[in-house]
Design a protein around this ligand. Structure first.
Ligand code: GLN
Ligand code: ZN
Length: 758
């Protein structure tokens, strides 16, 4: 019999219950008891949904982030948080989100650094290490949840992050080698596994996704050391890898003394045969055969053609699962009543993916006939997708074929452009600006909702949005910012907004995926060839510009970000889809310029996260990604200033490509890393202007003007002052006006201090 299991289930709930529960709690409008109860309810519901499986993951639920949970399980809590009073949950959220000095429980606390989980749009809180970090086991969360699951009759498989991946994901704060901590860390893992064994747990899923990354000899050796020590014999370990191929780590992984391996059968399908050859006959192979990273239906018939011979070989040793945790896909397609029925028939969300898994398992166990209807329905859905006229537009294909090198070239080099732009824009030194969005108030959200449901007609909607734009402009003028934005009130989301106006996109209503903490995104579904029927932003920006004499930035989302933050069709190369997007946004850039907009920002927040996990594949991606940006941006005149924005980016290895994009100004995330990020721009002698973020908008903390001055002085040690801008880390849509005004006011005051200081 084939064993079916799952690696992780989305935790937010079909209606984003977790988000709303967390936010109430953070605002002080609910109790810890209520939040705890919500967590238990969600877990129960999710376990029930998975109860058809032979093993159900436990420990995948989290109130904020599974890496942060692991830090608490391992007792690795930075002193600045651990020393404060309050409950464990207080400490947990302090580390996740930071706390301002006005906090009643303690003094101001800097939030833990946050970064992207491998090549996904999920963010984790980076574990912090020093040479003296000690670990101590705190197993309560996992044991309680295990208990909870069992009381509900669930066959639980606890899920933990493995010791090497845990260390790898963290950051040493004092330059010490975090791998040196392994000997101190392993006993805590052993203790945890023993505790689970004492509870009668049979299998533990231990996630080591770094096995798909390039590991040096020390890390590879550490794997051997660690797993020999963890091999206590009391509990069976399923070593889970996902998101890519194991390549040179394949043999290492096969030889580790664990009871089974999970391989991403979507991305690493080519390695399956080799793995089977190398896998000892007592070990289980779990194959991730349903794509946990996209929303397309699997080709069940083709998958079975592939799996039958594998099953014949492995028999009971074959397990089936999604390729990775389903954290990265929306919860349930069932609720999508307004989605085009044809398109809907091509899709599968988490629940449906588990359904597909059940069909595959049943076919292998009982023969295809047992699921003949399901297989036939699947085949006809796939055929409809292949042949649909909504997917294929010959004009778009021709336009991409006609792209030439000139599309991506500015007329002059940066220095000449900068001069023209300076005389046109007349900005002071240390110009201040924001990244685009202003707080999305309840009124704004309601107006958009009422417009969407038809309760509000277009004229009234436009009037309401114009009122919001005017408010944003007046506030910015009062604050004394130099380059203004319209505030993006009309945008629900920086990708969906554009997707809605482009042909080739479809939208779910409830297809939310967790991005970080309570923040969720609803990636649009890019299913067909992309075209732009008409201008998308020009009217709003023109209106905003008409309200002020200060320069107004036009705000666009770049092609690479549109691509990376969408669920993208899998029937053509991503590069082809990206060029299609680039041509559409290029037309918008040119329309803005024609409308008299002198500064245009093209956000590429997601450029870095599209990097393949392995460096050997980076250049190919960067080539088409940077070219797509250039095609979008570089059709303008020299006097038009192009900005780009990237959040949470580490630029070390891609600085050359960033420079190649040739944006006149780049604004980046830096405040959480204390300007360290700028070293790379300095070392590379990055030639264009930079706005290092000085206000961490992901935390409710309000920076003082002294803090901003200090950060900018650090920046000026690295980048000449005449090429520095002053701005927040990212857009302000998730904050309240009450936070934004004092923060920006301090930022503007700081810029004045810097200018006076010369
Ligand atoms: N312009 C966008 C905003 O301000 C950028 C958001 C982002 O980079 N994530 O909201
Ligand atoms: Zn950003």
């Amino acid at each position: 019999m084939v064993t079916a299991h799952n690696l992780g289930f989305p935790r937010i709930g079909t209606k984003r219950e977790l988000k709303f529960g967390l936010e109430l709690f953070w605002k002080g409008q609910s109790t810890e008891h209520a939040l705890t109860k919500l967590g238990a309810d969600l877990r129960q519901r999710h376990w029930q949904r998975q109860s058809d499986l032979d093993f159900v993951p436990v420990g995948d639920f989290s109130f904020y982030d599974q890496v942060l949970d692991m830090s608490f399980t391992l007792g690795n809590i930075p002193l600045r948080v651990g020393n404060l009073s309050g409950t464990e949950l207080d400490s947990y959220f302090r580390l996740a989100r930071g706390r301002s000095a006005g906090d009643t429980v303690g003094n101001g606390v800097t939030a833990g650094e946050m970064t992207k989980w491998f090549d996904t749009n999920y963010h984790y809180i980076v574990p912090e290490f020093t040479a003296t970090t000690e670990f101590s086991l705190n197993p309560a969360r996992l044991l309680d949840q295990l208990d909870e699951a069992r009381q509900q009759g669930i066959n639980a498989k606890p899920v933990i992050i493995g010791p090497l991946t845990y260390l790898w994901l963290g950051k040493s704060k004092d330059g010490s080698n975090r791998l040196d901590l392994l000997t101190r860390l392993l006993p805590v893992y052993v203790e945890l596994l023993n505790k689970l064994a004492d509870q009668g747990v049979e299998w533990v899923q231990i996630d080591e996704p770094i096995l798909v990354a390039e590991l040096n000899a020390d890390w590879r050796r550490a794997f051997n050391l660690a797993y020999h020590q963890l091999n206590s014999g009391n509990v069976k370990l399923l070593l889970a890898t996902y998101f890519g191929q194991l390549q040179e780590n394949l043999q290492l992984a096969c030889k580790l003394p664990v009871s089974g391996i999970h391989l991403d059968g979507i991305n690493a399908r080519a390695e399956v045969n080799q793995l089977i050859d190398w896998l000892a006959s007592y070990k289980v192979l779990s194959l991730g055969v349903i794509n946990g990273r996209n929303i397309w239906k699997a080709d069940l018939n083709a998958t079975l053609d592939w799996l039958f011979p594998i099953h014949a070989k492995l028999q009971d040793r074959l397990w089936l699962a999604p390729s990775c945790s389903l954290l990265h896909v929306p919860v349930d397609l069932e609720r999508e009543e307004t989605l085009d029925v044809e398109i809907k028939s091509w899709l599968a969300f988490a629940r449906q993916k588990l359904g597909e898994l059940t069909v595959l398992t049943q076919a292998l166990n009982e023969g295809r006939d047992a699921v003949a209807d399901e297989l036939a329905a699947n085949a006809s859905a796939l055929q409809s997708r292949r042949e649909s006229i909504c997917v294929n537009n010959p004009m778009v294909k021709a336009a991409v074929a006609n792209i030439t090198a000139e599309f991506g070239e500015r007329h002059s080099r940066y220095v000449a452009r900068a001069e023209q732009q300076a005389s046109r824009l007349k900005l002071p030194r240390y110009p201040t600006t924001t990244i685009g969005s202003f707080p999305q108030t309840t009124e704004i959200r309601q107006a958009r909702l009422r417009f969407r449901t038809g309760e509000l007609d277009a004229t009234h909607y436009v009037t309401l949005m114009r009122t919001e734009i005017e408010r944003a402009v007046r506030e910015q003028e009062a604050l004394g910012l130099d380059v203004l934005v319209h505030g993006e009130a009309e945008r629900n989301d920086m990708v969906e907004y554009f997707g809605e106006q482009l042909e080739g996109y479809a939208f779910s209503r409830f297809g939310w995926v967790q991005s970080y903490g309570s923040r969720c995104v609803k990636p649009p579904i890019l299913f067909g060839d992309i075209s732009r029927p008409k201008a998308m932003t020009v009217e709003w920006i023109k209106y905003a510009q008409s309200l002020t004499d200060k320069p107004m930035k036009g705000m666009l989302t770049g092609p690479v970000t549109l691509l990376n933050w969408s669920f993208v069709r899998d029937d053509q190369p991503r590069s082809t889809t990206c060029y299609q997007l680039a041509l559409a946004v290029r037309d918008e850039v040119l329309d803005l310029e024609r409308a008299g907009v002198n500064i245009i920002q093209i956000d590429e927040a997601a450029l870095r996260e599209g990097l393949p996990l392995r460096k050997s594949q980076w250049q190919a991606y960067l080539n088409w990604a940077v070219e797509s940006f250039r095609i979008t941006a570089n059709g303008v005149n020299d006097g038009t200033q192009i900005h780009t924005h990237m959040c949470y980016s580490e630029f070390n290895d891609i600085i050359e490509s960033i420079a190649d994009m040739d944006a006149d100004v780049i604004t980046i995330e830096t405040s959480r890393s204390d300007m360290e990020l700028l070293d790379v721009f300095n070392n590379f002698k990055y030639p264009n202007a930079i706005g290092p973020g000085v206000y961490d908008i992901h935390s409710p903390n309000i920076p003082s003007k002294e803090q901003v001055v200090q950060l900018m002085r650090k920046a000026a040690q690295r980048i000449p002052a005449q090429r520095l801008w002053v701005n927040p880390d990212c857009g302000l849509k998730t904050r309240d006006w009450e936070e934004v005004i004092p923060a920006l006011s301090n930022m503007v005051k700081a810029a004045k201090i810097l200018r006076q200081a010369g």
